[in-house]
Design a protein around this ligand. Sequence first.
Ligand code: PLP
Length: 378
Amino acid sequence: MLEEMQIPQWPVADGRERELIEEVLQSRQWGGYHEMVGRFEQQFAAFQHCLYGVSAVNGSMTLEMLLSSLGIGAGDEVIVPAISFVSTATAVSRVGAVPVFVDIEPYTFNMDPERAEAAISAKTKAILVVHFGGPLADMDRLQGIASAHGLLLLEDAAHAQGSEWKGRRAGSLGLASSFSFQNGKVMTAGEGGMVLTGDESLAAAMRSFGNCGRRPGATFFHHFILGTNLRLTGLQAAVLVAQLERLPSQIATRARNAALLMEELRDLEGIHWQDIDPRITANSWYLLLGRIDERKFGMSRDEFHSMLQEAGVPCTPFYPHTLYENPVYRRTPCRVEPCPNAEACIRDAFWLPHFLLLGEEELMHEVAGVIRRAIVRR
Ligand SMILES: Cc1ncc(COP(=O)(O)O)c(C=O)c1O
C-alpha cells in the first residue's frame, strides 16, 4: 500500500519560478529593493481584494510589524483564540501587550465571537482573529462586536490565501491582515509574509517600520522611527509571483478532492469534519480538519493518526496543547478565559495537509479505503 500511494510533494515549482528568479538574478539587485517585491505586493493585495500590501520576512514578524505600527503595546490587551500557531500570541507579547485567550467554536475551530465579546475589558485594544485551516471566522459577528466596542479587528490570515467571506477575500474584512508564505503554506518562498490593509497611513507606517525607519522621499541614511529590517528579497518575491499564479487552480483541485474524500466517508460515524459556514464562498483548504468521536468511531484520535501514518498518509494529531499551555505562557503575562472546546480539540482533532488534496482523484479513493479498512478490521 505504502509504495502504491502517490502522495504529492510540497512545495512545487516549475519553469515559471525559474524564469522569474532569473529576472532578479540578472538585475544585480537581489534584495528588497528589486521591482519584483512591489510587483508581488500589488498582485497579492489585488488578489485578496485589498489596496495596500507590505511584505516582510515571515508571518511572525508581519504580526509584530502590524501591532507595533498600530501603537499596541504595554498596558493593552489583545483577544486571540486559544488555538493557533504560537506566533499569533507571542507577537502580542513581544510588542509588550497581553494576549487574552478565548475559546474556539467546537467544529469551525475558529474564535467564538461570543467568548471574544465576553472577554473585553477596559484594556482591550484589538481582536486578532485567526482563520484556522482556511475557512474564515464569523466576520459579520466579529465586525459587529469590534465596532460596538471601539476595537480594532485584525486578521491572522496565515492560512487563508484565497479564502472568502460572502465573496470578499481574507484580508479585506478587518482593518489589516497578516499572511505567511512559510514552507508549508499554500503558496511559499520558503519564508515570507505580508500585511494587507486598505489604510494608507497604516501601510506607510508598516513600510517604514520594516525598512529601518526610513521614509519615502528622505535620504537613505535618515531614520525616523525605531524600525528594523524586515524586507522580503527580490528572489523570494519572484518565487511568490509564480506561486500566486498557480494558486487558483490548486484551490480548485483541493476543493474538489476535499469534497470527494468527505463524501466517500460520509456514512462513517464518528468523524466530524470542520464545519464550513455557508457564508464562506471560497476556502484555501490549507488543512482538512476533523474531530474523532472515539465512542462512535471505534478508535481514538491517536490510533487514527498512527493508522494513517503507517499507511503512508500524512496526518497531524492537532497541536499538543492550547496556546496558553505552552511553557512560554507559564512565565509571560496573559489572561486565560475558559476554553473547553479548545481543550477538547487537543484530545480528539487532527488535520490532513493541503498537498494531500493536490493528488489525483484515485488517491482520495485510496485514502478513504485506508480509513474504511482500518475501521472494519476493529
Ligand atoms: C496562524 C499562523 N500565524 C502566524 C504564523 C507565523 O508565520 P511564519 O511561520 O511565516 O512566521 C503561522 C505559521 O507558520 C500560522 O500558522
